[in-house]
Design a binder for this molecule. Structure first.
Ligand code: ADP
Length: 259
């Protein structure tokens, strides 16, 4: 706590009181620590693929290029590491645009049922590859909200792809959308690995991952949920996660229907 004070004088120049400013520096320090941690995270996340790109290219230049099948394999690794860097930089740029309110929102009257239906369709191939059941259910023909359809689709695809990624082969994912008074309510429920209770409050932090190695292996940047939360918040909505380790996860999103 920082305290600054000065005497307060009236028109006659006599001291009539005191002005005190109390500043909570712990908040400032917290922010500073978060900033430092963020820079450390970004550097590490970029350095890992970069190191691998460098060593594979060096090996290619040292002669591996002569063996065609080896060369092809190495180049595929280089490509996928470059793709990872690309995903990361894109996510970072999007977060920065959200932070500085430089997003060009294209809000309009939008059918939320159609958005989630389309998202389920687009992601269904991933579920199929893991032999998972992906069910979609709604009692509404359409739920009209005021939203940016591309951004909401991005959020849905992100949450759906997490459900698929963190659920083992043969598992199931249930998707539902309902209307509750003036809100559209989306639920994406999986019966996958779940999330330990202590990690749940931190899931929306940038780069926070329950299992860093697993997330990386599955191609995650650890930024998906922070982006999703910012987009939903910008629409005046909420996103909540309930989960039980070993049993499954439910992501619930609410969007107000009047913009
Ligand atoms: P990532 O790119 O790592 O998937 P996200 O921000 O999308 O990053 O998610 C953060 C973390 O939350 C993930 O690394 C994972 O540990 C956890 N998580 C998200 N969705 C699920 C889910 N459906 N089941 C289990 N864990 C999940």
């Amino acid at each position: 706590l920082h305290v600054n004070y000065a005497p307060f004088k009236d028109e006659k120049g006599e001291k009539s009181g005191i002005v005190m400013v109390i500043q909570d520096i712990t908040e400032g320090q917290k922010l500073d620590n978060m900033r430092k941690e963020f820079v450390a995270n970004v550097s590490h996340e970029l350095k890992t693929p970069l190191t691998s790109i460098k060593s594979y290219t060096e090996t290619l230049l040292d002669g591996a290029l002569e063996q065609r099948d080896v060369a092809t394999h190495f180049l595929n690794v280089v490509k996928s590491e470059a793709d990872r860097m690309d995903r990361l930089v894109r996510d970072l740029l999007q977060l920065s645009r959200l932070d500085y309110q430089r997003v060009n929102w294209k809000n309009k009257e939008t059918d939320l049922v159609k958005i989630i239906e389309d998202s389920v369709l687009k992601i269904s191939i991933n579920a199929k590859n893991k032999k998972q059941k992906l069910n979609f259910k709604t009692f509404e023909k359409s739920i009209i909200g005021f939203a940016d359809p591309d951004k909401i689709e991005q959020v849905m695809i992100n949450v759906l792809s997490n459900a698929i990624k963190y659920t083992p082969e043969g598992g199931s994912i249930n998707v539902a959308v309902e209307k509750e008074e003036n809100t559209g309510v989306f639920r994406i429920i999986d019966n996958g690995m779940g999330i330990p209770e202590k990690d749940i409050p931190r899931l929306f932090e940038r780069f926070y991952r329950v299992d860093k190695a697993r997330s990386r292996e599955l191609g995650g940047t650890g930024l998906g949920l922070s982006i999703a939360q910012q987009i939903i918040k910008a629409h005046g909505g909420t996103i909540n996660i309930r989960s039980k380790e070993g049993e499954g996860t439910e992501v619930m999103m609410r969007l107000p229907l009047k913009g």
